[in-house]
Design a protein around this ligand. Structure first.
Ligand code: UTP
Length: 291
């Protein structure tokens, strides 16, 4: 029987401490990149990949995210009365994009724990996990690319990108054998390896397609790095018990939960924006020539 993927889990329950003070009140997933909040890019990627059910893992102080995808009767009525039909269309488009179910993570016990709390909603079917602050700019949506790999190998897939050797200690790193172009069968997973402990530069980023066996793996995962339940540790159990693939996706990824990554995302998305891109490119040229 073919395993169908219909749900995407989007964890947004983290505290966003790297982006303080901006994130004291506003969730980092609601920070704007050019003209829309980060989380909207994530949801648009998921929808463009053919998935319409989103399970948000939220926490207190994050209700703005749910509200962003909800109907806003007052705002829609106001825009309709004023004849601002373009804006009305835009606002309606967001609220009709997806069906959202929210699950609360009562304490930020780690990404693995955030995924674990979705078990009652997701149940016994494979699902996608997309981190709420990890943006990928690509021609073919990254989640769609991964679903093709999952469809072919029928086991869990993590998205990876090649990073410089001096940066591997900041990521979960996989080692593996290449079994198809850009697809590796994972032989080892190392969370934030100390320099010199691996030759691999394949770093895990925030996109996963997971077999439901991950819930069993998570229930046997003890707190790891930072005292948190790490998804990477559960993936190591998955690798041993079922197998795991890593896929070097096509596209550029930005960690929008980090101040520098957020700036990179803003500049690159602005340069590619259909209305603002050309003007912004000219502006940057002038700025750099003046400098
Ligand atoms: P991060 O480590 O990037 O998020 O987790 P964080 O903890 O909010 O960030 P800092 O380090 O304090 O700045 C990756 C993703 O996992 C979610 C986060 O919301 C983010 O999307 N997450 C993390 C949870 O949902 N729950 C957690 O307990 C931890």
């Amino acid at each position: 029987m073919k395993l169908e993927v219909t749900k995407a889990v989007v964890p947004v329950a983290g505290l966003g401490t790297r982006f303080l003070p901006a994130t004291k009140v506003i969730p980092k997933e609601m920070l704007t990149v050019v003209d829309r909040p980060t989380i909207q890019y994530i949801v648009e990627e998921v929808v463009a990949s053919g998935i319409k059910e989103i399970v948000l893992v939220t926490a207190s102080g994050k209700s703005a995210i749910e509200d962003h995808f909800d109907y806003s009767f007052e705002l829609e009525t106001f825009l309709a009365q004023k004849g601002k039909l373009d804006l009305l269309r835009e606002v309606r488009h967001i609220s009709r994009l997806i069906d959202v179910v929210s699950v609360r993570q009562k304490e930020p016990l780690g990404l693995g724990h955030a995924v674990k709390v979705t078990e009652p909603v997701v149940g016994d079917q494979p699902f996608v996990v997309v981190l709420g602050d990890d943006l990928v700019e690509s021609e073919v949506p990254c989640v769609y690319q991964m679903l093709q790999v999952f469809g072919r190998f029928e086991e869990s897939v993590v998205a990876v990108q090649r990073v410089p050797a001096e940066e591997t200690h900041r990521y979960g790193i996989v080692e593996g054998e290449e079994v198809a172009e850009g697809v590796f069968k994972v032989t080892r997973l190392i969370e934030k390896p100390a320099p010199g402990t691996t030759d691999s530069n394949l770093a895990i980023i925030g996109r996963y397609v997971l077999h439901p066996h991950i819930y069993s793996c998570l229930s046997r995962t003890l707190p790891g790095v930072g005292g948190e339940i790490q998804l990477t540790d559960a993936l190591e159990i998955m690798r041993r018990e079922r197998g795991l693939y890593a896929y070097v996706f096509q596209g550029n990824r930005y960690d929008a939960g980090d101040k520098f990554g957020y700036l990179q995302a803003t500049v690159n998305f602005a340069l590619d924006h259909p209305e603002l891109g050309a003007r912004f490119r000219e502006y940057l040229k002038e700025l750099l020539n003046d400098g």
